[in-house]
Design a protein around this ligand. Structure first.
Ligand code: RIB
Ligand code: CA
Length: 324
């Protein structure tokens, strides 16, 4: 049997981050070693508390959760997405108070320590603004060489942005951090942008399957999607349902979704104060205009997946999957 993939998730524990966490816990090939949180959907403390509650719902009090940055690198407080994820980040669904405390090191230190401990094998999945990773890089410039893979849910390549016409939330809420992290020279960097996460759709039928399952994890997943679906109804979703951002990135990080199209591209982030602030700029001229491959390609950018992941996610969270 091949050893399980050690993995750290850096998140801003909203609805889709919570689903991604539960998915990772239920994925037999993954050893979730640590969770770190940052301001984004909520503040970093609420995100840490949410992560602890979600882990505990699935019986895990052994995974350290560290709280990270509450402001962006330049000191701004992000506009929390309470209209998408509810006042508590978890669709206003209440879970019992966590019994486990927030871990002692801050997020950046826990990222570094977890990478060291995994001796070059750690996979990181980042589903939030990249502030914690930028701070970790400041403290440990060798981090990119110490990490096996980094998968980032963020950006919009051919798709419009979701917080401005061109900026996606995770990149746009801290463009300076994203710029530094993407340029840091990772061994294997994958970007999972809105182009694919908006097309992998959770449906009301799938939500009903979760609610009907009867297990606490599946029921919770179904309940938190209620408010999330209500938000998506206001923004371009014709039928009741939602995008599947963070779980898709988690599945790609875990090697459970193989993209249909994922070219190696050069990516960077606009950090100016104009209307393009926070845009992910991916050089797609190679795929559209036949340009030769970019000599400084720094990421694999996922541009197509087959749309079947949400059903597999739901199966994994339901009791009948047999994983638990
Ligand atoms: O743009 C989608 C991303 O922003 C997701 O990670 C969501 O949880 C929010 O953080
Ligand atoms: Ca997120």
């Amino acid at each position: 049997m091949s050893p399980r993939q050690p993995l750290l998730m850096d998140c801003d524990t909203g609805v889709d981050d919570a689903l991604a966490l539960l998915y990772l816990l239920r994925t037999p090939g993954v050893d979730l070693r640590a969770v770190t949180t940052v301001a984004g959907n909520t503040d970093a403390a609420q995100a840490a508390r949410n992560a602890l509650q979600v882990l505990e719902l699935d019986g895990r009090t052994d995974i350290p959760v560290a709280q990270g940055a509450d402001t962006t690198l330049r000191g701004d407080i992000p506009e929390y997405a309470t209209h998408v994820h509810g006042d508590n980040g978890l669709g206003n669904v209440r879970l019992p108070e966590p019994t486990a405390p927030i871990a002692a090191p801050d997020a950046a230190d826990l990222i570094i320590a977890t990478a060291r401990e995994a001796a070059g094998e750690l996979a990181i999945v980042a589903t939030a603004p990249l502030t914690n990773l930028a701070l970790a890089l400041e403290r440990e410039p060798e981090l990119p060489a110490m990490v096996r893979t980094l998968t980032v849910m963020g950006g919009a390549v051919h798709h419009p942005g979701n917080i401005t016409p061109v900026a996606e939330a995770n990149i746009g809420n801290d463009p300076e951090a994203a710029h530094r992290v993407l340029a840091a020279g990772w061994r294997d960097l994958t970007i999972v942008p809105l182009d694919v996460t908006m097309r992998e759709r959770l449906t009301e039928e799938l939500r009903q399957e979760l609610l009907a399952d009867g297990s606490p994890v599946a029921r919770f997943a179904g309940e938190i999607l209620d408010l999330y679906f209500a938000f998506h109804a206001k923004v371009a979703f014709p039928a009741r349902g939602s995008a599947c951002h963070d779980p898709l990135a988690a599945a790609i990080a875990a090697g459970e979704v193989t993209p249909l199209l994922a070219p190696e591209l050069h990516v960077t982030v606009e950090t100016g104060d104009g209307p393009a602030r926070g845009a992910l700029i991916a050089d797609t001229r190679g795929i559209h205009l036949g340009y030769p491959p970019h000599p400084d390609a720094n990421a694999r950018v996922v541009l197509e997946t087959d749309g079947t992941f949400p059903a597999r996610l739901v199966e994994r969270l339901c009791r009948r999957d047999g994983a638990r």
